[in-house]
Design a protein around this ligand. Structure first.
Ligand code: UD1
Ligand code: UDP
Length: 370
């Protein structure tokens, strides 16, 4: 009898990072692979699933406008309970640190189903930053049977928490598998950009940046635009209403700012390639941009992804107005500083992470699951 493996996806980055694993698992004749979409994100998730040709077998359609963390968590746990009872999988896999992942890990624990955590061991060691993701991944890690750590430093974090070395595998991050599988595809951009201007690409969505911090980021962008007539800003705005309102109110009227809906993955990769500089609080963008040779100024004070910072190709600027303006202006003015940060390096993976994860799972499933 084939082993049933359930792969769970909730938000956009989970779909991007789980897609290479789902596709690799589906090539295994001895496995029965089921895709469970919680749809914590609705539109953003559907976009990515289409790009990778992955269809959910089960869809919880959980998203509500401006959902609160407690209700999202409670509703997810109830729905996951029903699914796990009905499906009784041999293994469940989920990636990262969203509410989807934390609740899936907990529901698996209650049902005594082995849970594999993809992108395990990322830590800032600060429960408030990022919020609530640091707590989500600590909980998921505590409950996981397999820890697929993207880097050696994430492995070290897990060891420090007392996880047994035998349960950790350093696999690389599947985001690089996904990126490399699409990076060379030609795509038409859904936005018109001025070819004579240097492009600053912006993304922001972190809960700890809502309100004042995010307003400061927008004001810093306006100052950079004022000082640099050869700069254009492209900002695909996250649909979270807390982000959407501020972005449109503060930046919506500037002639050199293009605000658009979130871009599908292929056009987004194309604009990362086209960008001169990226300002972002995204986790995934911190991993992808270095592989594309694009400098990132991270709009956060801490990161669970220290590798690219240590390489010197990503810099933390937080949400301080002066720090953002100073560092971005330096990269616009100083060619050697720019070149030092625009080296193509890929500390997060070599494009073969999914194959490593699938090989480990197959091995584990061949023996008794304790
Ligand atoms: C979530 C994750 C965050 C992850 C991010 C990726 C949690 C607590 N947060 O943050 O870790 O980095 O996704 O983008 O798990 N919305 C839509 N359509 C969509 C998606 C979102 O309208 O397709 C709006 C809805 O009003 C929704 C709100 O955004 O209620 C917030 O979505 P939610 O998943 O709770 O939080 P994110 O800020 O997206
Ligand atoms: N992304 C996308 N379209 C966009 C913005 C981002 O496809 O308009 C992709 C990006 O390439 C990366 C992922 O979404 O792979 C990051 O998602 P997000 O920033 O929402 O979440 P995080 O990585 O911070 O959890």
């Amino acid at each position: 009898m084939n082993h049933k493996v359930i792969c769970v996806v909730g938000t956009r980055p989970e779909a991007i990072k789980m897609a290479p694993i789902i596709l690799a698992l589906k090539r295994e004749p001895t496995l029965d692979v089921r895709v469970l979409a919680t749809a914590q994100h609705r539109h953003l998730l559907d976009q990515v699933m289409k790009v990778f040709n992955v269809e959910p077998d089960i869809d919880l359609d959980i998203m509500r406008p401006n959902q609160a963390l407690t209700t999202l968590t409670a509703r997810l746990l109830l729905d996951l309970d029903d699914v796990l009872l009905a499906e009784n999988p041999a293994v469940v896999l989920a990636q990262g640190d969203t509410t989807t992942v934390m609740t899936v890990a907990l529901a698996c624990f209650y049902h005594k189903i082995p849970f594999g955590h993809v992108e395990a061991g990322l830590r800032t060691w600060d429960m408030q930053n990022p919020f609530p993701e640091e707590m989500n991944r600590v909980i998921a890690g505590r409950l996981a049977k397999w820890h697929f750590a993207p880097t050696e430093s994430s492995r070290q974090n897990l060891l420090r928490e007392g996880v047994s070395d035998a349960d950790i595998a350093v696999t690389g991050n599947t985001v690089i598998d996904a990126l490399l599988s699409v990076a060379d595809r030609d795509v038409e951009l859904p936005v018109v950009l001025d070819p004579t201007k240097r492009l600053i690409l912006v993304t922001a969505h972190r809960r700890e940046n809502f309100g004042e911090p995010f307003e400061r980021v927008c004001r810093a962008l306006l100052t950079l635009l004022e000082r640099n007539p050869d700069v254009q800003v492209l900002y695909p705005v996250h649909p979270n209403p807390n982000v959407h309102e501020i972005a449109h109110r503060l930046l919506g009227k500037h002639p050199r700012v293009v605000l658009c809906d979130p871009l599908d993955y292929l056009p987004f990769v194309a604009v990362m390639k086209r960008a001169y500089l990226i300002l972002s609080d995204s986790g995934g963008v911190q991993e992808e941009a270095p592989a594309l040779g694009k400098p990132v100024l991270v709009l956060r004070h801490e990161t669970e992804r220290p590798e690219a910072v240590q390489e010197g190709v990503v810099k933390l600027v937080g949400t301080d107005f002066d720090a953002i303006v100073l560092e971005a202006q330096r990269l616009l003015d100083d060619e050697s500083a720019y070149r030092a940060m625009a080296r193509g390096v890929s500390p997060y993976g070599d494009g073969h992470a999914a194959a490593r994860i699938v090989a480990i799972l197959k091995d584990a499933l061949a023996g008794p699951l304790t």
